[in-house]
Design a protein. Structure first.
Length: 69
């Protein structure tokens, strides 16, 4: 149910806010990958979670773009 709430929160945001959140998630993914490469990352499942969140954000952005046309 946590992901449903996350997606509902995304759907209530504007496209500009979604783009900001997408940039933040991509930065977090970069940092996680960097930590993983240097063996400093304890929770490697966080990488998978962030990748899925990026996909969710991009999906909502494309849905809003399709609805605007």
């Amino acid at each position: 149910m946590k992901t449903k709430k996350f997606v509902d929160d995304l759907k209530n945001k504007t496209v500009a806010e979604l783009n900001e959140e997408l940039v933040a998630a991509k930065k977090e993914l970069f940092n996680l990958r960097f930590q993983n490469a240097t063996n400093q990352l304890d929770n490697t499942s966080r990488i998978k979670e962030v990748r899925k969140n990026i996909a969710r954000i991009q999906t909502v952005i494309s849905e809003k773009a399709a609805a605007a046309n």
